[in-house]
Write a protein that binds this ligand. Structure first.
Ligand code: ZN
Length: 238
């Protein structure tokens, strides 16, 4: 599978080349798991906090973010999403797991992780769905800490226009029609009494998470909270 080849290539390049830090782009032998010590420290110093765009769209669940979309976190997300650094899924997934833990109240509870799906075109361009990969690592991290975690992918993303070309009203309209529920597999009650946590990478206007929440509600899976890695500056902490 192309996705697997992409992952293997990312791992190999981390082994054989002087690795570029995903946070500051400096190269050196001290780079471990994609980051130099200073950038790793900066990321570890971030603490998940409630975040909400202002204005917030209706149906946006309570959101937590690891930090603002800036500095090392922004660089790392760009490297992971746009420059094919798939190896960053592990550290970024671990950071996302911290956000999930805070978002659901800190104590280990049965959770259902629902990553926002990539469009098929985006997944092809990135050699795999980038949030599904993050969700796998976040889930593994939580399970290692004793959590009861399941992951579901009940939605698919429909092709949509390039959001860069749209204003915020256009983005909201595009987000509204961006997701469809997959055909139900008849696998029992959705959610199953678990805390449903929607995962995304970047919170901007909240239009995507609100649209995902509405679509999930349509299949009986009401999201309790959302966990994201970064929130753009157009937000306020509660
Ligand atoms: Zn660095």
């Amino acid at each position: 599978m192309r996705r697997d080849l992409g992952d293997i290539w990312a791992d190999l390049t981390d082994l054989v080349l002087p690795v570029e830090c995903a946070g500051c782009r400096q190269r050196g032998p001290a780079v471990r798991r994609g980051f130099c010590p200073a950038c790793a420290d900066a990321l570890e110093a971030l603490r998940p906090a409630p975040a909400r765009p202002d204005p917030a769209p209706p149906d946006l669940p309570p959101c937590h973010a690891l930090g603002p979309y800036a500095g090392e976190l922004r660089e790392a997300l760009l490297a992971y999403k746009e420059r094919g650094r798939h190896g960053l899924a592990r550290p970024l997934g671990a950071l996302l797991a911290e956000v999930v833990a805070v978002a659901v109240g800190g104590a280990a509870r049965p959770v259902l992780l629902v990553p926002v799906p990539d469009t098929a075109a985006a997944a092809r361009a990135r050699y795999g769905d980038h949030l599904a990969r993050l969700a796998r690592h976040a889930g593994a991290r939580l399970r290692a800490a004793g959590w009861d975690v399941r992951t579901a992918r009940p939605l698919r993303a429909l092709p949509r226009p390039d959001s860069v070309a749209l204003d915020s009203a256009g983005r909201a309209a595009a987000a509204e029609s961006a997701f469809r529920a997959r055909a139900r597999a008849g696998s029992g009650p959705v959610g199953g009494g678990r805390v449903v946590v929607v995962l995304d990478d970047i919170l901007t206007t909240g239009a995507t998470l609100a649209a995902v929440s509405r679509t999930l509600r349509g299949v009986g899976m009401t999201p309790n909270v959302a966990a994201v890695l970064a929130a753009t500056q157009k937000w306020r902490q509660w």
